[in-house]
Design a protein. Sequence first.
Length: 107
Amino acid sequence: MKTDAIQSAMRAMEAVQAQLDGQKSVGTGGGSEVGGSDFADGLTNAIESVDAHQQKADASLEMLMRGEGNAAQTMVALTEADIALRTMSSVRDKVVQAYEQILNMAI
């Protein structure tokens, strides 16, 4: 089973946590532009990975419907796409939660 999407999502969550830790320890903004671009790159890579899994699952399902595909491989592709999408949803929820925490910080 491919874990690219999960690993990308974990890197994105770690980047958010590191950014939050930097802001708490410095107290006056702490984040750097480099960290921001790393986070954006990680998030972009994760989204592209989820999209690739979805496209692979769609192609596999189309082949199965034409009678050219393998049912087991199609189920694996669909499951991978589902896991990638669920992981991305969890990352989105964590990012929103982190953003809300930042908004609620006392200045």
